[in-house]
Design a protein around this ligand. Structure first.
Ligand code: ADP
Ligand code: MG
Length: 262
């Protein structure tokens, strides 16, 4: 990745395949390699990326938009500011800043149509916001909504995570298809295996080829991840030699976010 390049990377896949785990590992690997500034975005209604990254996000974009909706209804919005201005101002305030990365949590919209509104806003906000960061990592919602509503318009790299199961592969394939149907032009799209053993890699390669996807690599099952999850501890506490962390770094090399390995 060239020094001035700005990149938006989205992590998608079936629920429970390891999207949030991979997202957190990528944030950690990139920050350890001195790539920054970094923005992590949790786009799941059931947000857990803050927890994995060891931070607490008190307020979400959904909170912000529902407050704004109320103000619109009550007619109490300041007339001199546009909704977009107000929203951008609000976003800066709820952005969680840490030395290693910033975090934005989309949250769960309440009421009919509200989550759509949040989704729509995500597109506009990320457009502007991600320009301030070297890499933006979006931990996507498990559904396909984000694709069909084209909220991923400006994603450069899409990682589709699958576990070694037919369900995982089927969802991955569906994601690829929906992206094609709505003419989303991801510059690069990769299939990433999670909880794969080395002998299952040929299967990953075969499936990726069938789907017309590149292979982004794989994460092994990692006892350290399992243990931290059980203890409710963030993945930032993973020992540096943890297999999944080393594998996440390998993925970053493979998809070109880190330079060529010597
Ligand atoms: N490589 C791995 N090794 C061990 N446990 C894992 C691994 N990947 C994911 N997990 C565990 O599996 C569960 C689901 O992972 P998660 O990242 O939350 O999935 P998703 O975000 O796709 O719903 C979590 O409890 C997580 O700790
Ligand atoms: Mg998740």
């Amino acid at each position: 990745m060239s020094p001035n390049e700005k990149l938006v990377l989205a992590v998608s896949g079936k629920g429970g395949v390891g999207k949030s785990t991979l997202s957190a590992l990528l944030v950690r690997s990139l920050s350890e390699k001195g790539i920054g500034p970094l923005l992590a975005v949790d786009a799941n209604p059931d947000s857990n990326l803050p927890h994995l990254l060891g931070v607490q996000a008190e307020r979400t974009v959904a909170d912000l938009t529902s407050e704004m909706k109320e103000e619109i209804e009550k007619g109490t919005l300041p007339p001199t500011l546009t909704k977009k201005d107000l929203l951008e101002y609000g976003i800066i305030k709820i952005l969680k800043e840490t030395p290693a990365f910033d975090l934005l949590v989309m949250g769960r919209g309440e009421g009919e149509g509200c989550y759509c509104m949040v989704n729509k806003l995500l597109t506009d906000i990320l457009d502007t916001l991600s320009r301030n960061y070297r890499v933006t990592i979006i931990d996507e919602d498990a559904g396909l909504e984000h694709l069909s509503r084209r909220t991923d318009r400006d994603v450069d790299v899409m990682l589709i995570v699958t576990d070694p199961s037919s369900m995982g592969f089927r969802t991955a394939s569906r994601i690829k298809e929906v992206a094609r149907e709505v003419h989303l032009e991801f510059k690069r799209m990769y299939l990433v295996g999670n909880r794969f053993s080395p002998d299952q890699v040929p299967l990953l390669e075969e499936k990726a080829a069938e789907m017309g996807l590149g292979v982004g690599g794989f994460l092994p099952h990692d006892e350290n991840v399992f243990r931290l999850n059980l203890l409710g501890r963030p993945l930032l506490e993973l020992p540096p030699d943890s297999p999944s962390l080393r594998a996440a770094e390998g993925i970053l090399y493979r998809i070109g976010l880190l330079g060529d390995r010597e």
